[in-house]
Design a protein around this ligand. Structure first.
Ligand SMILES: [Zn+2]
Length: 256
């Protein structure tokens, strides 16, 4: 069974994903409560759980206000005690059943962007927080390049048709960098045309899929000669492995 998922826009470029049926919904990373409350009212849905991927405030800032309206709902999230509102603390390999929705999701620990970062996967969908973006990946605020590389490898081991629900609309900016790395990647050029059109029509470029990202996202293509050549031209670094290519690529993007 596939999930019904709807984006709720928040702040400049965040998406709070709502997993829903006709009656109930669960939201992922509600950084702001107001658009979630409006969405539930407009769609006549009852919020039954909150899922959190990591501690950043643009992913957690709405929890308190939502709990005022829905005081008894579970809040799933990482072990990090700094996120005090979490009622169900999760670790790698845990499984959860979303209340009232009968959907099962499994939990993966994916350190890199932050050390507490977890993701939720199930029913053909991946809620990856700030770990993977379309045509890019999260900044390394707390983890090492190796940790992030290994976290992304968990995603590419998933079925290729898996839908990828990222939490930011960063696609067009990411494509600019991806084109600097692989100017001759035809799939990337075609993807840019599509993404530009989506944004002109005020539509999200998400969800993506694992397959799409493997074709256009340089951070998932560190084994490709085109990427290796481009990284080695840009930076004098000893590119001895995919991990070192990834680390140099991430460093390049940080200064792009
Ligand atoms: Zn973040």
């Amino acid at each position: 069974m596939s999930l019904d998922v709807h984006p709720i826009s928040a702040f400049e470029d965040n998406y709070i994903w709502s997993i829903h049926n006709q009656q109930y919904c669960v939201v992922v990373d509600p950084g702001d409560a107001t658009p979630v409350i409006e969405y539930c009212k407009d769609e006549q849905l009852t919020l039954v759980a909150i899922l959190i991927t990591h501690h950043h405030s643009d992913h957690t800032g709405g929890i308190d206000t939502l709990l005022q309206s829905y005081p008894d709902i579970p809040v799933y999230g990482p072990q990090n005690p700094k996120i005090q509102q979490i009622t169900q603390r999760l670790k790698d390999g845990d499984h959860i059943e979303l209340p009232h929705l009968k959907h099962n999701l499994s939990v993966m620990e994916v350190p890199g962007h932050t050390l507490d970062h977890i993701t939720y996967y199930g029913e053909g969908s991946l809620f990856c927080g700030d770990t993977l973006f379309s045509a890019g990946c999260g900044r390394l605020f707390e983890g090492t390049p190796l940790q992030m590389f290994q976290s992304l490898a968990k995603f590419t081991a998933l079925p290729r048709e898996t839908k990828v629900f990222c939490t930011h609309e960063y696609t067009l900016a990411n494509i600019k960098f991806a084109k600097a790395v692989e100017p001759d990647n035809q799939a990337l050029v075609e993807y840019e045309n599509w993404a530009v059109q989506q944004r002109i029509n005020n539509l999200p470029t998400l969800p993506s899929t694992i397959e799409k990202e493997q074709n256009i996202n340089p951070f998932l293509r560190c084994d490709m000669n085109t990427v290796i050549t481009s990284v080695s031209k840009h930076k004098e670094a000893l590119l001895t492995s995919e991990e070192t290519v990834f680390a140099s690529l991430r460093h390049w993007k940080d200064n792009f």
